[in-house]
Design a protein around this ligand. Structure first.
Ligand SMILES: [Zn+2]
Length: 187
């Protein structure tokens, strides 16, 4: 099984999958895009538009080799994300609210589909319970353990405009920002 790093699966892809991954990434907002820093609004209408958005996000997430994707990452300021809730199922969760967090925490490296090439350590509660609605407006609740608990917390953060750079150590943040600084290209 591929190693999971925060929002991203780390695995070798064949050329066709790699091409699809690049096309998907081009449709995902990249740091420091302003949309990534904005808080999303609650989902109020569970209509066909919302279901189409959820389907599109699931496809983008899979194509980008991710295990989670928040609406803010595609420039839509609605409290909606999609994620892999277990080994087999990709689900949509609207209006997520973390209602239980374990006292035990785990530190692990996290990547983000919006901050390519960066992996930073993030400490998070190991297990959580999260509630919300699916794309039809039905109430749902997930009890999650690593790595799925980490993904759900990462996505919930996105909906509040919070990134892994805001969650990591000052040293790791400095190093990551250094590697993200645009390079000057002459020619
Ligand atoms: Zn992310």
């Amino acid at each position: 099984m591929a190693e999971i790093e925060g929002q991203i699966k780390d695995e070798q892809l064949d050329p066709e999958r790699e091409a699809r991954r690049r096309i998907a990434l081009a449709q995902i907002r990249q740091y420091p895009d302003a949309a990534l820093k904005l808080a999303a609004r609650p989902v109020e209408e569970f209509d066909d538009d919302l279901r189409r958005l959820a389907e599109r996000m699931k496809q983008l997430m899979v194509d980008a080799n991710g295990i989670g994707l928040a609406a803010t990452q595609v420039g839509v300021l609605q409290r909606l994300f999609v994620f892999q809730a277990n080994e087999d199922d990709v689900v949509a969760l609207a209006n997520p609210e973390i209602v239980e967090r374990s006292d035990e925490t785990t530190v692990d490296d996290e990547g983000c589909l919006s901050i390519q090439g960066v992996l930073v350590p993030v400490e998070r509660p190991t297990t959580i319970a999260i509630v919300g609605q699916d794309e039809n407006g039905t109430d749902v609740r997930y009890e999650l353990d690593e790595p799925y608990s980490r993904v759900a917390q990462h996505e919930t953060d996105h909906l509040a405009g919070v990134l892994i750079l805001d969650r990591t150590t000052p040293e790791a943040r400095r190093e990551a920002l250094g590697s993200l600084r645009p390079r000057i290209v002459i020619g």
